[in-house]
Design a binder for this molecule. Structure first.
Ligand code: WT7
Length: 677
């Protein structure tokens, strides 16, 4: 095989080949009550009705000023939705619900320790808390419309309070997953030029009260090194009345929110009237190069899209209790715990801890206690619960009408356990495919209308027109059995607007690959490259195979291989590093790390430990490699590129294929022998 071709062989092509699965019809009980039972929606959202079809989603919102133009395509591929419209996301999630849902629970906060009381926060109470905190952000922290602020908060009710307070002021929030390291926070602080960091003193995870504030100190110091000054660190207290961290407060910089809040008691802050295209938040995600990308999401298009999809795909209704077990630090939590559900006045559960803590019955006890009837999680969590307690769900008296899986392909066996055992064959299951960039779902069955098919996500959702291209740019038709690069033909309102401060990279990475004419102002010439491989079956269902770039999907979340490799290179002895995905029973994929050493250094267990520690310190425990292999050399092409595909095959005990064109083919066997030893 020619070297270039060998290099490009993607993860998609080495993915397991599944056979076709049967269809499962949605349960009649679900159909009887669903928000959407009219198949006419596909016609209403057909290409002939694009883009005006999305008025249906925009009309789920309150607009301060109604928009004039649905879609402005004059500056491709920087699309603008609902042009001329003004609205506030916080108003749409809170104020407008008060007349009818004042005393309804908006958030059920479930602490990890089982003895601790569940907090039921009503729409009124959330409104009060958000207003008071918004007053603090404005008057104490000096934040105003357009400023960016970095959040590094765990899964607690104070996180949606903080996000909504920012949205109320028009301040752009950038929440960083709490499991990420201080260094990761610093990189995002620097890129977004945040001067305020909002965090929490501590939180519970897996039975321990973790000190979280120490990461803020690391983040501030590192950001300073990179030239970005943090003026204020605002620290929520996990227990309002006391400070639960061992890490001292730095006078003049660190402030305890709970100590300041009484000064703002009863304060109200007018929601800023934002233009539809003004940014609501940034969400950093990994891409093919080392630096995480700040995906910039709009106010109007994003909120309309997540509200519409939460209504039709999650089937959220006012009586439901909805639990999405994702972390709000990822896009799933932003769209389908906070913004979508609250815009629909739903009751959402926020759970602090590990799903399997203290045992695999925990989620089912929470579901039974709170009468959760809509459940949303990832294949990783499903696999973990299945392994730890395959028979637990039957022991608890809960009943789901609807369940979601999201984040990575789900193995049909795991899907069937989810459907049969977790869902007790009463619930409809949707497998929703989308990305940080797209803000909301791209492909899923409509729950009352489409049959389920294990391992496939279904057709595209209304208003999304995908296409699968081969490398030459030709369309791969349905039923061909061939995989290709799945793209979206049309702009959608939920899609991000640009990469923060890097519009060239936005265009280069997502729109140049299949662009037909760089000068065209017609959106039809600008397909959006998702970066995933996919196959389209005869029945019109997509099966997503995974990323085709250098990104590893760990537990449903993308980690850049470059980021992990750079972390390994912070260890002085390391000369080169290559990271590859390896299958993991629970997490789907985890990184496996290969390194070579600089001359004069010897491999040792201590060195292996230090390299592993460096990865955890730089990125976080989620990136911890399965193994660290110190090898004499890495397989390389003649042009010197590291052949990760060959390493990936070695890590997974698969056939490496033809390696004769490598510069150093003998190293492949040497590494295989080392791994076997
Ligand atoms: C990547 C996006 C979706 C929000 C959470 C992750 C993979 C996502 C599915 C699914 C197969 C999926 C894709 C995608 N992915 N959902 N239902 N079936 N693969 O957001 O971190 O931006 O990752 O996750 O590869 O591109 P993200």
């Amino acid at each position: 095989m020619p070297e270039e071709k060998l290099e490009r062989i993607s993860e998609a092509e080495i993915a397991v080949h599944w056979h076709e699965e049967e269809h499962y019809p949605p349960p009649a009980g679900f159909i009887g009550q669903a928000n959407l039972t009219d198949a006419g929606i596909y016609r209403r959202f057909s290409p002939e009705n694009f883009p005006d079809c999305f008025k249906e989603y925009a009309d789920l919102l309150d607009w301060d000023r109604y928009w004039e133009q649905t879609l402005d395509t004059s500056n491709p591929p920087f699309w603008n939705w609902f042009v001329g419209g003004r609205l506030n996301a916080c108003h749409n999630c809170l104020d407008r619900h008060l007349p009818r849902h004042n005393n309804k629970t908006a958030l059920h906060f479930v602490p990890e320790p089982e003895g601790e009381r569940i907090q039921h926060i009503t729409y009124r109470e959330l409104f009060v808390r958000v207003n008071e905190f918004a007053a603090l952000l404005r008057d104490f922290a000096g934040l105003k419309r357009g400023d960016r602020v970095t959040l590094h908060m765990p899964m607690v009710a104070e996180l949606p309070v903080t996000m909504l307070a920012c949205a109320r002021l028009g301040v752009i929030h950038s929440q960083v997953f709490s499991g990420f390291s201080g260094k990761s926070v610093a990189d995002r602080v620097v890129d977004s030029e945040s001067r305020v960091l909002i965090t929490m003193d501590a939180y519970h995870r897996s039975g321990k009260l973790l000190d979280h504030k120490e990461k803020a100190d690391l983040a501030v110091a590192e950001a300073q090194k990179q030239g970005q000054q943090i003026d204020k660190v605002l620290i929520w207290q996990r227990y309002a009345e006391r400070y639960s961290s061992e890490t001292p407060l730095q006078p003049g910089r660190d402030f305890r929110v709970n100590e300041l809040l009484p000064k703002y008691r009863g304060r109200r802050v007018e929601p800023e009237s934002m233009a539809a295209e003004e940014p609501l938040f940034l969400m950093y995600t990994s891409g093919t190069t080392g630096k995480p990308k700040g995906c910039q999401h709009s106010t109007g298009g994003y909120l309309a899209y997540v509200t519409g999809t939460a209504k039709y795909i999650q089937d959220l209704q006012p009586e439901d209790v909805y639990w999405c077990m994702a972390d709000i630090g990822w896009i799933t939590g932003h769209s389908y715990i906070v913004y979508g559900p609250l815009a629909l006045a739903a009751s959402a559960v926020v759970y602090e801890g590990l799903p399997t803590y203290p045992d695999a019955g925990r989620p089912w006890r929470i579901a039974a206690e709170l009468d959760v009837n809509i459940f949303h999680t990832s294949p990783t969590a499903i696999r973990a619960l299945r392994r730890a307690g395959p028979d637990e769900p039957a022991k608890y008296d809960y009943h789901f009408k609807h369940m979601t899986t999201v984040g990575e392909p789900i193995e049909p066996e795991v899907w069937k356990w989810y459907y049969r055992v977790v869902g007790k064959q009463e619930a409809v299951v949707v497998d929703t495919w989308w990305q940080t960039e797209t803000g909301g779902v791209l492909s899923s069955t409509l729950p009352a209308l489409g049959a389920m098919k294990p391992g496939s996500t279904g057709p595209a959702v209304p208003g999304v027109y995908p296409v699968i291209y081969d490398d030459a740019g030709d369309e791969i038709p349905a039923g061909s059995g061939k995989a290709g690069n799945i793209c979206i033909r049309n702009p959608i309102p939920g899609n991000f607007q640009t990469i923060w401060k890097d519009p060239e990279r936005y265009v280069a990475q997502y729109y140049t690959r299949y662009c037909r004419d760089r000068n065209s102002k017609d959106w039809r010439d600008w397909p959006y490259l998702t970066g995933d491989g996919a196959v389209l079956a005869e029945d019109g269902y997509y099966r997503i195979l995974g990323r085709i770039d250098d990104v590893i999907n760990v537990a449903g979340h993308r980690l850049g291989t470059k980021e992990i490799e750079s972390a390994a290179l912070t260890v002085n002895e390391v000369a080169e590093a290559a990271v590859v995905p390896v299958a993991d029973e629970i997490k789907g994929k985890i990184p496996d790390l290969y390194v070579t050493l600089k001359p004069g250094f010897e491999k040792s267990l201590d060195l292996v430990k230090r390299i592993e520690a460096a990865v955890v310190a730089e990125i976080g425990p989620i990136a911890r490699p399965k193994t660290v292999q110190i090898v004499p050399d890495l397989p390389k092409t003649r042009s010197g590129k590291i052949m990760r595909r060959v390493l990936a095959a070695l890590s997974s005990d698969q056939d490496v294929g033809d390696v004769s064109t490598l510069a150093n083919p003998e190293i492949v066997e040497a590494i295989r022998r080392m791994r076997g030893a």
